[in-house]
Design a protein around this ligand. Structure first.
Ligand code: PMP
Length: 390
């Protein structure tokens, strides 16, 4: 006879690790849940691409599934995808397979960042992060027992070597840069990046460059037709890129990291136990991403960026985004509201934005996503204009 389950016998709160209890739910998720409770909201809170995966890539994934490519791949990734990534890195950055560097295909860009943090950071180690930052960065550092040190980039959102230098201590192990950035859309110039590379070399800290949006840089920020990257200046860094955002496949969970072989090998050992490998049939399709022309999609996002800049002209301070999917906008000072209070005020008009405090130690701004249909974006901007001039 089956034994009845004992109700409430387990005190889970006592069992949870301090690590788990120290992590907050993402403020973006909260905004998303709020959206679910409003009828027909104008949701500008989510940075989820609003365009489909290219047909050629979809077909390649379907072929891989129908061809029963369903098993594990090698931990570091399918050889054919690794070859395509090397080819792309050689064309873009001049990195060559077979020299002192290696690469690993990861479970999204998140997978690469988690492996890097776990391979390098332990109790008390410091990691310098941009502020504003991508929400997950401080959480990764915290999970590993490290300390996030925030580099204040207000008001122009430029994470410069001068701003970083003042924060480096003997405990600093890693400096994270993110260009184009989430949530600001800031793109660092080759000159600015060269100074950061030089600083990190000089001080013996690892530069991690999160370039998940590199393929999504607007034409006005390109240099020599390409998004500036510190990986064009040095190979003593960790380069992290991904397919999810630029190619509209965030749910496919595909990213990669490249850098000094010893570091990639450490990350591969961790991946063996944590993730085993990235999804095999999707890896089998991913080489096709390198043939997709993003220009028409980017042109559309540039138009959306211009809509935002035009609509808010004269109402607030806005650093025009140069890439990625977002605009990080200051709450006009005359309103006397925090980012959170401003977000609450616009929710009353069905508009969902994310308060700046979710991405920062300050709560003076808010983020909107450009990954929304033009009519929704226009309606959202109308609400912003009304509230800002009120
Ligand atoms: N880095 C940045 C800057 C991001 O914005 C995101 C996604 N929002 C990630 C990393 C994680 O991306 P992925 O879905 O590839 O794990």
């Amino acid at each position: 006879m089956a034994t009845a389950h004992r109700a409430g016998a387990l005190d889970l709160e006592r069992l949870f690790s301090r690590r788990a209890l120290s992590i907050d739910a993402s403020g973006i998720r909260r905004a998303f849940e709020l959206g679910a409770s409003i009828e027909d909201p104008i949701n500008l809170s989510i940075g989820q691409p609003d365009f489909p995966v290219d047909d050629r890539v979809k077909k390649a994934a379907i072929r891989a599934i129908e061809g029963n490519r369903s098993g594990y791949s090698l931990t570091q990734g399918l050889p054919e995808l690794r070859t395509s990534i090397w080819r792309a890195l050689e064309a873009d950055l001049g990195w060559r397979h077979g020299e002192g560097e290696d690469l690993i295909v990861t479970v999204g860009t998140t997978g690469a960042l988690v492996l890097a943090v776990l391979a390098l950071i332990e109790d008390g180690d410091e990691v310098i992060l941009p502020d504003p930052y991508f929400v997950a960065y401080p959480q990764f550092v915290k999970m590993a027992g490290g300390r996030a040190v925030f580099c204040n980039t207000y008001p122009d959102f430029r994470m410069t070597a001068d701003r970083i230098a003042a924060l480096i201590t003997p405990k600093t192990k890693m400096v994270m840069v993110n260009s184009p950035s989430n949530p600001c859309g800031a793109v660092l110039s080759a000159r600015e990046l060269a100074d950061i590379v030089h600083l990190c070399d000089e001080r013996g800290v690892l530069l991690v460059t999160d370039e998940i949006y590199d393929a999504f840089t607007f034409p006005d920020a390109l240099e020599g037709g390409r998004c500036p990257s510190p990986a064009r200046l040095s190979k003593s860094l960790l380069l992290v890129r991904g397919f999810g955002k630029s190619y509209g496949c965030t749910g496919w969970r595909l990213g990669y990291a490249a850098g000094p072989r010893a570091l990639i090998q450490r990350m591969a050992i961790l991946q063996q136990y944590l993730f085993v490998c990235a999804p095999t049939p999707l890896q089998a399709a991913a080489s096709e991403f390198f043939h997709v022309d993003l220009a028409p999609i980017i042109a559309r996002f540039v138009k959306r960026r211009d809509m935002v800049v035009e609509a808010l002209d004269g109402l607030t301070t806005l650093v025009a985004p140069q890439g990625a999917f977002y605009a990080f906008i200051e709450v006009p000072k005359h309103l006397g509201l925090t980012g959170t209070q401003f977000a609450e005020r616009v929710v009353a008009q069905k508009l969902i934005v994310v308060p700046g405090g979710v991405f920062s130690s300050r709560d003076t701004h808010f983020r909107i996503s450009l990954a929304a249909p033009e009519e929704k974006l226009a309606a959202g901007l109308e609400v912003l204009r009304r509230v800002m001039s009120g």
